[in-house]
Design a protein around this ligand. Structure first.
Ligand code: PNS
Length: 158
């Protein structure tokens, strides 16, 4: 049984994230979408809100679990017998940042491989911060997040 984790802030989850999660689910037996603390970011949505939005966003995709963790990703990997850390890459700047984290995670938890999945071109410019800005100013986010969570995000941030 091959287990992968898709870690991130998911503040909130976007169509770009969902695409990577779906494609990871094709490659692995079990994929855990993990809301994990990024010490460099202050999140707008609480951990519970982010997990609930993810649960709704991944409805209907088989083999997905949602979890949260506060600590080193490498420790979660060790504690849960994870084989792979899956990350989506949109641009060369994503790659630089992710490559550094992949090397650090490889050193801390060599049992897990980091696997990069390239973003669908349609989602190259989609980010959680873009969605937060659009929703904050009363815009329509339904092209950028799953339809079943769009109005909840808009109401929450307006
Ligand atoms: O969506 P993000 O904010 O780009 O995700 C980054 C995240 C949360 C995956 C990263 O900050 C992380 O792994 N945080 C957990 C703490 C940790 O393990 N840091 C060292 C990574 S080498």
């Amino acid at each position: 049984m091959k287990k992968a984790v898709c870690p991130g802030s998911f503040d909130p989850i976007t169509n770009g994230h969902v695409d990577i999660i779906k494609r990871a689910a094709e490659l692995f037996d079990e994929v855990t979408v993990l809301v994990v603390t990024n010490p460099d970011k202050h999140c707008v949505f609480s951990t519970e809100e982010r997990c609930r939005l993810i649960e709704k966003a991944v409805e209907g995709i088989d083999g997905i679990k949602v979890d949260s963790f506060s600590g080193l990703l490498a420790d979660y990997v060790k504690q849960n017998g994870i084989n792979a850390i899956v990350k989506g890459i949109r641009s060369s700047s994503d790659f630089e940042y992710e490559f550094q984290m992949a090397l650090a995670n490889r050193s801390l938890a060599p049992e897990a491989e980091t696997v990069f999945i390239t973003a669908d071109p349609q989602n190259m410019y989609v980010s959680s911060s873009l969605i937060r800005q659009i929703a904050c100013f009363g815009g329509d986010v339904s092209d950028f997040v799953p339809k079943n969570i769009a109005s909840e995000i808009e109401k929450r941030l307006k």
